[in-house]
Design a protein around this ligand. Structure first.
Ligand SMILES: Nc1ncnc2c1ncn2[C@@H]1O[C@H](COP(=O)(O)OP(=O)(O)OP(=O)(O)O)[C@@H](O)[C@H]1O
Ligand SMILES: [Mg+2]
Length: 307
């Protein structure tokens, strides 16, 4: 059954990015945009545009230039959504990219557009982190309902929506437990985090190595679960995911971007042409193994180049 876990920004009851609705572009010639911005056309239909991003840390000698005139356009793929995974060596800037999109970090210079509109401080795109980020002194239900409560949704309604989401992530029966290890396992705690981020029906979900701390078996199970959430979403969501695991990337993704460092560039883009519906059996197919091997060798080559 198609699930209403992602939602179009313009018909969301509790919009995450209140400013995110696309509007017709104004004529660049009479705008206040810089020449650089004017040169980079922002189609209103794009999901995310990063424009002329620079990130320079001057507390290093020489300064650490993580991004230099970096651009990234994530198009809106109608009808099926997209699962984009970003890979690359440690320190190349993957988490920083996600933080820009989320609104947790501003670049030294450059602009971020979400659905064709420049992001503002008020916009927050939900993000799931590697660390367990639940409030340990709150129950599972309180944790999942919290984003709604903070948005002013009445408590009864918030709890009802939170319970729906708890059921979707397979935690029904655990709602009254403290969201705390070892009362809940690592996998269950990440499900709580996913539920808390999905309860606001975002159209974009960011995930930064969310399964990095899980054991192999739990990790594979939660990958299948996440993929099914993505496949069964009612709308065309965009998930932007970071991982160091090649098989995780291939299993989940529609597209993989490989970042190169010093400063960051998108060195490779790989389309993953596996069936839309994926379960564990996909992992045993020859085409899956080919993708994993190809990805591994591209990443290995970058390492050999010392990048
Ligand atoms: N406050 C800071 N001061 C100096 N350098 C910083 C600071 N914050 C981040 N950096 C640098 O920014 C770069 C990108 O960091 P980021 O966390 O985005 O990397 P990453 O690709 O996510 O790495 P990993 O795979 O290890 O998570 C790194 O080289 C890091 O040293
Ligand atoms: Mg990181």
């Amino acid at each position: 059954m198609k699930r209403n876990v992602f939602q179009k920004q313009d018909d969301s009851e509790v919009p995450v990015t209140a400013q995110a609705k696309a509007e017709p572009e104004t004529d660049a010639s009479d705008s206040n945009e810089s020449p650089a911005e004017q040169a980079h056309f922002i189609p209103a239909g794009d999901v995310v545009n990063l424009v002329n991003i620079n990130q320079i840390y001057t507390d290093h000698t020489p300064p650490n230039v993580v991004f230099k005139d970096f651009n990234l356009d994530i198009k809106d793929i109608k009808t099926q959504g997209q699962f984009i995974t970003i890979m690359g060596k440690s320190g190349c800037g993957k988490s920083t990219l996600l933080r820009y999109i989320s609104g947790l970090q501003e670049p030294t210079s450059g602009d971020i557009y979400i659905y064709g509109k420049k992001r503002t401080d008020k916009d927050r795109i939900p993000m799931v982190f590697q660390q367990y980020t639940s409030f340990e002194w709150k129950t599972v239900l309180q944790n999942v309902a919290l984003p709604l409560i903070l948005k002013g949704v009445p408590k009864n309604e918030a709890n009802e929506k939170a319970m729906d989401m708890i059921e979707i992530v397979g935690l029904a029966g655990h709602e009254k437990k403290w969201a705390k290890y070892p009362i809940l396992s690592g996998g269950q705690l990440q499900r709580v985090a996913i539920a808390r981020n999905l309860v606001v029906n975002p159209q974009i979900l960011l995930m930064d190595e969310p399964f990095g701390a899980l054991d192999t078996v739990t990790r594979k199970q939660i990958q299948v679960f996440l993929r099914s959430i993505f496949e069964n979403a009612k709308i065309d969501p965009t998930v932007i995911f970071v991982t160091h695991s090649e098989s995780e990337a291939v299993f989940l993704s529609t597209d993989i971007y490989i970042l190169d460092s010093g400063p960051a560039t998108i060195r490779h883009q790989m389309k993953i042409d596996l069936p839309q519906k994926r379960d564990d059996s996909v992992r045993y197919s020859a085409v899956f193994t080919d993708y994993v091997n190809k990805l591994g060798s591209l990443l290995e080559d970058l390492k050999k180049e010392g990048r």
